[in-house]
Design a binder for this molecule. Structure first.
Ligand SMILES: [Zn+2]
Length: 285
């Protein structure tokens, strides 16, 4: 994050659309990582808070202003590929959901943090307050800033939470299987783009970029029939959304709907082993 831009002469945006970004494709900037200073043409030297050490050769820089008014510097760096060394730990399948963010094939359920729901309620109240203000008025503008601040708080809280979980997963497993998400395409992800509600794609992207250095491999599988299949005998049966338990009509196995799915996801990764972007995007049913 960049510290206050006033001294550095950043442009001040007075219009309602306060988000803005500036892109430096190759030159016009230099970063002194030790002094935590970023030199940019034509703004001069700016103090920065470095969130993650930058590895490799810096290629591009984007300066982005969040709607709350904070500036962020985003670097893209290139690295030589390193040989993959597995951490030789266990294997796990993950089923992603709404109320439960993730269900693991070992039976663990990872819930979204409770305080998120609290802030989401406040967000709804602030949004209502904003919609009651007259369009174009100063009061509405102030209310909009309040909404944006809460939204940013929610996004940051969720991101912190996802970092903790994904760190834990890549350090605990050498193979992590999950379903290929429809929206998952790294190239389509804009930095600073508002995270989708459940944070699935952020979760998948974090796992992907953290995996290699932790000695873990992420395998994305075709989501087809992962919920409808019995993980014990392979029987296929309908599973309407209201059915929270899988009761196999063939072998009698009774298991939690999401745990059954996560075991199937792991089985698929081991037997089919589809990775990257080759898995088909069939709807998860
Ligand atoms: Zn069965």
């Amino acid at each position: 994050m960049l510290k206050k831009g006033k001294k550095a002469g950043f442009p001040r945006f007075k219009n309602i659309d306060r988000s803005k970004s500036i892109y430096y494709p190759q030159s016009g900037f230099s970063l002194n990582d030790k002094n935590k200073k970023l030199k940019i043409t034509p703004f001069g030297e700016i103090k920065v808070i470095v969130h993650r050490p930058i590895e490799g050769k810096i290629k591009t820089l984007s300066l982005k202003r969040e709607s709350s008014g904070k500036w962020f510097a985003i670097f893209i760096a290139e690295q030589d590929p390193k040989p993959f060394i597995s951490n030789n730990k266990g294997q796990v399948g993950i089923d992603l959901g709404l109320k439960t963010l993730a269900t693991l094939s070992n039976g663990t359920k990872i819930k979204n943090p409770k305080h998120l729901a609290h802030w989401e309620k406040i967000l709804a109240i602030k949004q209502k307050k904003m919609s009651n203000k007259k369009k174009g008025s100063k009061h509405r503008y102030d209310a909009k800033i309040e909404v944006e601040k809460i939204y940013e708080k929610i996004t940051n809280t969720r991101t912190d939470f996802l970092h903790k979980i994904t760190n834990n997963l890549v350090n605990s497993y050498s193979l992590i299987a999950m379903e290929k998400l429809q929206s998952q395409n790294m190239a389509e992800q804009n930095y600073g783009k508002q995270i989708n509600d459940a944070g699935w794609s952020t979760f998948a992207n974090m796992l992907t970029y953290k995996a290699e250095s932790a000695g873990s491999q992420i395998v994305f599988v075709d989501p087809k029939n992962t919920t409808k299949t019995c993980h014990v005998c392979g029987n296929l049966q309908d599973m309407p959304l209201r059915e929270r338990t899988y009761e196999c009509e063939k072998c009698g196995e009774v298991s939690d709907r999401d745990i059954n799915a996560s075991i199937n996801i792991l089985h698929k990764a081991i037997t089919v082993g589809q990775t990257g972007n080759n898995a088909s995007g069939d709807n998860h049913v």
